[in-house]
Design a binder for this molecule. Structure first.
Ligand SMILES: [Fe+2]
Length: 281
């Protein structure tokens, strides 16, 4: 694929590219839009720098790709229901549940979103990077025998997986757990998925929510999942993005998982919009 309207600067051997030559505050013409979409399918995650855009412009950009999601748990930016505001004083104080483990967003729902667009609003002087893993490559680099074993297997994804004893035992903890469980009951996802647009197979797994594999004993399931969690942590499958204020990352949530590195000691604020659907509009 050649690109006429945008220029690309790939960031790793596995996935991810910076895109230059686009102003996201302006309405995208159809050709530029088509090339960004193509870059996403080819590189899985794309990055833009120096996009000083308003929340309304971020929403408008997201809407070019499909309908936007309103998150069931994470608070929205006041006045903008489609933007979730991710803020933490420091990495240690980040209250988002274990974003520093590999996960596709909302894998615990029946229709996980298509894509997410994350903008850096306040960025620490150092730390707070985000990493992505190429789940096609995670599948491709398994042995042929393992691919046969995993074919047709189904895994359970449960958003309450990461609840800890201390949380359950504190005042109101069990109620909170029950409310979350009712709002988002566990769902099943194939371990090997086929991407609806590229037709390629990928390993669909989340350290954050995948609890077990249907039909295996606990011992078998834990052993297989731990191997797969270790497999997707293989550095050759990753890219890493160093944020600056007004940087934007947009990822295909169907074939990547991400990891928010929690090593920052200054405030960090990010705004995310999430695109729904099976395929880009
Ligand atoms: Fe996430």
């Amino acid at each position: 694929m050649t690109y006429q309207r945008i220029s690309l600067q790939p960031v790793s051997g596995s996935l991810g590219t910076e895109i230059h030559g686009v102003d996201l505050s302006a309405t995208l013409d159809d050709e530029t839009y088509a090339e960004i979409k193509q870059a996403l399918l080819e590189y899985l995650v794309v990055f833009f720098r120096d996009q000083d855009i308003t929340p309304a412009q971020q929403i408008a950009f997201g809407k070019r790709f499909g309908d936007l999601h309103v998150h069931p748990f994470i608070p929205a930016l006041p006045g903008h229901d489609e933007i979730i505001r991710l803020f933490a004083e420091t990495g240690e104080k980040d209250t988002l549940r274990l974003a520093n483990s590999w996960h596709p967003d909302l894998s615990y729902t029946d229709n996980p979103p298509l894509a997410a667009i994350l903008r850096g609003v306040q960025i620490p002087a150092r730390g707070g990077d985000t990493m992505w893993v190429n789940l096609y490559k995670a599948y491709d680099t398994l042995s042929d025998r393992m691919k046969v074993i995993l074919e047709d297997m189904v895994a359970v994804h449960d958003v309450t997986k990461t609840y800890r004893r201390t949380e359950l035992q504190r005042e109101g903890g069990a109620d909170q757990y029950w409310k979350t469980f009712q709002k988002a009951p566990p769902t099943e996802q194939p371990l090997v998925k086929i991407h609806p647009e590229t037709g390629k197979k990928l390993l669909y797994i989340s350290e954050l929510t995948t609890t077990h594999i249907v039909g295996l004993s606990p011992l078998e399931s834990d052993a297989l999942l731990n191997m797969l969690f270790k497999h997707i942590d293989w550095k050759e499958l990753h890219c890493r993005f160093y944020w600056r204020k007004n940087s934007i990352a947009m990822w295909d949530n169907r074939c990547t998982a991400h990891y928010a590195v929690r090593d920052y000691t200054e405030p960090r604020e990010m705004h995310r919009v999430t695109v729904l659907g099976d395929a880009f509009s």
